[in-house]
Design a protein around this ligand. Structure first.
Ligand SMILES: NC(=O)c1ccc[n+]([C@@H]2O[C@H](COP(=O)([O-])OP(=O)(O)OC[C@H]3O[C@@H](n4cnc5c(N)ncnc54)[C@H](O)[C@@H]3O)[C@@H](O)[C@H]2O)c1
Length: 332
């Protein structure tokens, strides 16, 4: 099988490529990524030496390039997106263009080229804030941030191609991922690397927001299952087992890095900050036999160790354009 993966130089896409190539020894991957600020070929090291992986620098919004990229492809797994909620609050344009327009351009190119299936990777944030209970795949979507709204719109654009043309699109909606190689603007790598540098950990509001954490490889295995066994037109929630308040995660990071609680800095809350996401993922567990193997509480110490051992990777990013963003975001 020849797979086209978009966003394969980003956090989850790069893990998916490594994971998939190691499990499917005869398959090939074409990795389409525009290398935005979040794309980093350094995330892919071993995979780049693999002759079954081919990198193509291209933008999913560019229809002719996507049409070319689809030649000989059997299936698409679509990760490419603008992904950082805080950036979407500063400016939403890129989110609308890449996530909405780009997704439609891509799925349409796949359909017209006769690619057999398409997995669109989405997020639990489409359901909006859920103070209690759980959201099944049938729950109304009610996104809060421009990021979440653009992902919701991208789900609709992908799904309408299924409804209109019967094109086999499947959608996954996953919770917060954790793991190596996550761009250090995101909560966990920002807090871990700031703690390692003995810098303040900027916690929004009172830190009471609750997130469900899932290991990136558990997410990749779920996406792989949907690709192999998912039903055309269906949506699959994916979730980890643990729900954590942000303040508890921050305190645990401080403990694991042997720092002082004085590093905790409460900053003005994010506008429209969702309190809690809680997707109900019984459908993928019961229907496709997916299981979480790497729970957050058990894996967090190993993740902190990874950031200790791979300082060169994140120092390079933090010394680059990230600095300007961080200063603007946290006024430091
Ligand atoms: N990180 C999470 O916790 C999480 C949770 C659920 C769902 N998701 C979804 O998973 C996907 C991957 O997330 P991530 O955290 O790995 O993101 P990321 O920001 O680390 O990577 C995104 C990648 O997409 C590429 N990209 C952006 N715009 C592009 C364009 N126009 N054309 C081609 N490539 C482009 C970037 O260069 C980058 O390599 C996204 O669709 C995201 O919404 C993420």
């Amino acid at each position: 099988m020849k797979l086209l993966v978009t966003g394969g130089a980003g956090f989850i896409g790069s893990h998916f490529i490594r994971h998939y190539l190691s499990r499917h020894k005869k398959d090939q991957i074409v990795n389409v990524d525009a290398l935005t600020y979040a794309g980093n070929l350094g995330n892919l090291h071993e995979a780049r030496k693999n002759s079954r992986h081919r990198f193509v620098k291209a933008d999913i919004r560019h229809a002719p390039a996507m049409t070319r990229a689809m030649r000989g492809i059997d299936a698409v797994v679509h990760f490419a997106a603008e992904t950082h909620v805080d950036r979407s609050l500063l400016s939403a344009d890129e989110f609308i263009q890449t996530n909405v327009q780009g997704t439609f351009t891509l799925v349409n190119a796949a359909r017209l080229a006769g690619v057999k299936k398409f997995v669109h990777v989405s997020t639990d944030e489409v359901y909006g804030s859920i103070p209690s209970g759980r959201t099944s795949e049938k729950h109304l979507v009610d996104p809060s941030s421009p990021y979440a709204a653009s992902k919701t719109a991208s789900d609709h654009m992908a799904r309408c191609v299924y409804h209109t043309y019967g094109y086999p699109v499947m959608i996954t909606r996953c919770t917060n991922n954790f793991g190596p190689y996550q761009y250090p603007e995101k909560f966990l790598p920002l807090f871990i690397t700031n703690a390692l540098e003995n810098k303040p950990l900027p916690l929004y509001g009172k830190g009471g927001n609750v997130r469900n954490w899932i290991h990136v490889l558990d997410h990749c295995e779920a996406v792989e299952l949907v690709l192999k066994k998912g039903r055309a037109g269906d949506i699959y929630n994916i979730a980890g087992s643990g729900e954590w308040r942000n303040i508890d995660v921050a305190q645990k990071i401080i403990q694991l890095t042997n720092r002082s609680l004085n590093l905790l800095h409460f900053v003005k809350d994010r506008a429209g900050h969702d309190l809690r996401y809680a997707p109900d993922d019984r459908k993928i567990r019961r229907g496709l036999g997916w299981k979480e193997k790497r729970p957050f509480a058990k894996e967090l110490p190993g993740l902190v160790q990874w950031y200790k051992d791979n300082e060169a990777w994140w120092q390079k990013i933090k010394a680059g354009s990230f600095k300007k963003y961080y200063k603007k975001q946290y006024k430091r």
